[in-house]
Design a protein around this ligand. Structure first.
Ligand code: F6R
Length: 368
């Protein structure tokens, strides 16, 4: 049942190319336009949306953080992202023009469920992004985009996260299409890039042994930092969460630009710092990230960099390098998170922890 893998989690990590491909299947009509059949909100309703609020917990929340970068860029509609457990208690401003997007793999998370109930009472439309057919959250929502990850057994979410990202991208592109924003014309191009992701994931997974070797070199570490910028920032947070959950290590993710505002004080000789390097582009993102990496390394950190293939500028500052296929910055989380999943899984295995059933955790959290 684990297809020759030692853990369900590892099996599920290796299922990600298929899970992403399945979540993209049948989304374009004969004319190449995006269609979200199961969605149950009509285009007129979606054209009225003037604000999006994404609510979720844990890993699903990090998918929501990536969604903010993508949906705002493609639709020019403001997107807020909020932890479901905080949302209700701050008296959020909601009205008919607000689309609340609830992301939940299980569809049963109590905090997320209570948050959508609150949103609907206030008159907002709720769209669920969910992996579990017939679960409570999609049943209580106005619309749903199902992810097609297949059952996720490992407590730590992996393929659930990747397929949530795909659903968020689809939602952003669909909104751009119905609202007719500038990026509406680029939907086909981004869909082509998304459809190339499963093959890129195979490439990343074919290098798993390099990541495992890295994990074994860090079995004695007590603390690990993760740095990212832009869409790579939620990836850093997710990498840190995976390591906390599975290896029970102190792990923290930071936006690289925040380093000098405090966290750099944590850096000491030998501290491993995993860095998600954005692709080289017209903006300053890449250069700024490289200078952040230089700074932590100058203070003794051991830098492990995930960077785009052929990015030679990073080589002088990386103690270790994991190459990622070249994709646009907004889609990079789909690839960059995978070595972090493999790193946490392997490190936890080396420490003899139960990867599928980490201590104190349950797969679906049905109490608030
Ligand atoms: C982390 C993890 C949790 C869940 C969170 C939300 O690996 O699995 O953080 O992401 O409990 O669960 P869902 O998505 O089922 O609402």
């Amino acid at each position: 049942e684990k297809d020759g893998h030692d853990w369900f989690m590892r099996k599920e990590i290796f299922e990600q190319p298929r899970a992403v491909a399945d979540s993209l299947l049948g989304r374009r009509d004969a004319a190449g336009r995006l269609q979200l059949d199961e969605m149950r909100l009509d285009d007129a309703e979606l054209r009225e949306v003037d604000k999006v609020i994404v609510i979720a917990c844990g890993t699903s929340f990090y998918a929501g953080m990536v969604a903010k970068y993508a949906i705002e860029h493609w639709t020019r509609t403001p997107v807020e992202v909020e932890l479901a457990s905080e949302f209700r208690y701050r008296d959020p401003i909601l009205d008919r023009g607000t689309l609340v997007v609830a992301i939940s793999q299980s569809g049963e998370t109590a905090d997320t469920l209570q948050a959508i109930r609150h949103a609907r009472v206030q008159g907002s439309k709720v769209l669920a992004i969910c992996n579990t057919n017939g679960s409570t959250i999609p049943r209580e929502s106005d619309a749903v985009i199902y992810t097609h990850a297949g059952p996720e057994i490992g407590v730590a979410s992996t393929k659930g996260f990747l397929t949530q990202l795909v659903a968020c991208y689809l939602l952003g592109l669909y909104l751009a299409q119905v609202k007719g924003t500038r990026y509406g014309d680029e939907v086909a191009e981004v869909m082509d890039q998304l459809e190339a992701i499963p093959a890129h994931l195979e490439t990343v997974l074919s290098r798993a042994d390099e990541v495992y070797a890295l994990a074994h070199r860090h079995v004695a570490t007590r603390s690990v930092l993760f740095l990212g910028r832009h869409a790579g920032y939620p990836v850093a947070l997710e990498g840190a969460l995976k390591l906390k959950e599975l290896a029970y290590l102190h792990a923290e993710g930071f936006a690289a630009g925040e380093l000098k505002h405090g966290p750099i004080a944590l850096v000491e000789e030998g501290l491993p710092v995993l860095c998600v390097v954005p692709p080289r582009g017209r903006d300053q993102l890449h250069e700024k990230m490289v200078s952040g990496i230089q700074e932590v390394r100058a203070r003794g950190a051991r830098t492990i960099c995930l960077a785009e293939e052929g990015d030679t500028t990073i080589e002088p500052y990386a103690d270790d390098l994991v190459w990622l296929p070249k994709v646009p910055v907004l889609l990079q989380p789909l690839l960059a998170v995978v070595p972090l999943q493999l790193f946490a899984c392997e490190l936890a295995t080396a420490l003899e922890h139960d990867v599928d059933q980490p201590r104190n955790l349950a797969k679906s959290v049905t109490v608030e």
